[in-house]
Design a protein around this ligand. Structure first.
Ligand code: SAM
Length: 442
């Protein structure tokens, strides 16, 4: 049975106007055979077709076994086992089997990169997270092997449940899974045929799950003409995440970002008071901040550090300083900006291949388009650009706090009246510095 036939028989709508096709830039995707207006319903897939935890539990053969595993399996592992289980018995599950037959047989996520390919982006979050992920996959597979597969060889013949099979299933879930926040739970599923839709950041978010009708719907995220590829928007996914979880990158990805992790050590002075202040400012003690091209130095990073670096005499001022949205004092501000500069310089120094080298290799086609190294290079370029912008912005802010000539930090430092981009502690410093400053002062 063909996938479309199975879905239509069970009440799926919209398939008659949609067709699978190979597109040069994105690979296989879905084209429309009719014009679509923004927000038209393109596709409806009834809930009974979805790959979900409930569907796995409802399977009369698989369900009782995976439900009885203690401690319970993660959502990802249940879905992975479900996919592999149906893959191992395709003849018995005609419909789901037809879907499995259409899934890619191999993937290009960064966990499949060789060490040499990955080395191109060393220093990036992708490099670090990919190494972690490889280890995590190994650990999770052995956990499944010991707690499930080896205990039920009749259900899980080991030759069809290898670590490579498990990786294939995980990559299918990462790249095809859809996540929805329902009133009572987080819901993750793979929707047959809707999972053939490729990603474009240029269309509106347009896939929804309706718990009342228990169906997944895809709406048109923009107007389409006949024959055009229909896209959905996977969300604001930066290239480092795209390559890790979907196996591709977007050129000039508008969602590119760098995740800056800030944390405060238990032994830090005034720890309890600072934690309370962070919480009342809506910030977590172990916080991840997304540095973006559009906002390379978010105010929340400064707010976090302002609170972290407070002296005991300054703590009370925090109650009037709207959760550290404003400068606490020149000392505090200079300290946090200097710390940030050091951190950004340190992060940039960790990149094995500097931005300019990567750009040169891409423009001279040393890295061939769409190769793994080419994709890894783009991720590294994206992250280095953002970090450099963050560094530049931090230096600009520091220049408004410390005297450009002598480095004195003082509340009374005055800005250069002409460019207003540097400050001086007095006339003498301003005069001395003018020899250098005149070239940049506008
Ligand atoms: C949900 S599936 C979409 C269907 C998939 N192309 C297929 O043939 O099965 C997601 C995968 O499609 C590919 N993909 C999606 N959007 C893409 C894009 N804009 N450019 C390149 N590949 C894309 C990636 O391989 C991604 O992991």
């Amino acid at each position: 049975m063909k996938l479309q036939e199975w879905l239509e028989k069970g009440g799926a709508e919209g398939l008659g106007w949609l067709q699978l096709e190979n597109f040069p830039d994105t690979g296989r995707g879905v084209k429309t055979l009719r014009p679509l207006k923004f927000n038209d319903v393109v596709l409806t897939i009834p809930g009974s077709f979805l790959w979900s935890v409930d569907a796995a539990f409802d399977d009369s053969v698989l369900g009782p076994t995976i439900r009885s595993v203690k401690p319970s399996l993660s959502v990802e592992d249940i879905l992975a086992v479900f996919l592999l289980f149906i893959k191992s018995r395709q003849e018995e599950y005609e419909g789901r089997g037809a879907h499995i037959k259409l899934l890619p047989t191999s993937y290009t996520m960064s966990v499949f990169f060789s060490d040499e390919e990955l080395e191109v982006c060393s220093g990036s979050s992708l490099y670090h997270l990919t190494q972690q992920l490889k280890q995590q996959i190994k650990d999770d597979y052995f956990h499944l092997l010991n707690n499930l597969f080896s205990k039920h060889p009749d259900l899980f013949p080991l030759e069809k449940f290898t670590q490579n099979d498990y990786m294939w299933a995980l990559c299918s879930i990462w790249s095809r899974g859809m996540d929805f926040q329902l009133p009572d739970k987080q819901f993750r599923c793979i929707a047959p045929f809707a999972d053939m839709l490729n990603h474009s950041p240029d269309v509106q978010l347009c896939h929804i799950y309706n718990p009342r009708s228990d169906s997944l719907q895809v709406l048109a995220g923009k107007d389409y003409t006949i024959g055009e590829q229909v896209f959905i928007n996977y969300g604001p996914v930066p290239n480092n995440r795209l390559l890790r979880l979907y196996g591709f990158i977007l050129l000039n990805n508008p969602y590119d970002s760098y995740d800056l992790v800030l944390t405060t050590h238990h032994g830090a002075p005034l720890y309890d008071q600072k934690i309370a202040l962070l919480e009342s400012a809506g910030l977590q003690v172990n916080a991840t901040f997304s540095l973006k091209l559009s906002d390379p130095l978010p105010l929340d990073v400064l707010r976090y550090l302002r609170i972290q670096r407070l002296l005991s005499s300054e703590i009370s001022t925090m109650n009037v300083n709207r959760g550290a949205k404003n400068i606490v004092c020149a000392r505090n501000e200079a300290e946090i900006l200097k710390a940030l500069i050091e951190a950004f310089e340190g992060l940039l120094a960790k990149f094995g291949t500097p931005l300019e080298d990567l750009e040169a290799k891409i423009s001279s086609n040393i890295y061939k388009q769409s190769d793994n190294v080419w994709a890894a290079a783009h991720v590294s370029i994206g992250e280095q650009r953002i970090l450099r912008m963050a560094l530049q912005k931090t230096r600009e802010l520091l220049a408004l706090i410390i005297c450009a000539q002598c480095g004195k930090v003082d509340e009374d430092n005055k800005r250069c009246a002409r460019c207003r981009r540097v400050v001086y502690c007095g006339r003498d410093c301003q005069k001395t510095h003018y020899k250098e400053h005149k070239f940049v002062c506008n």
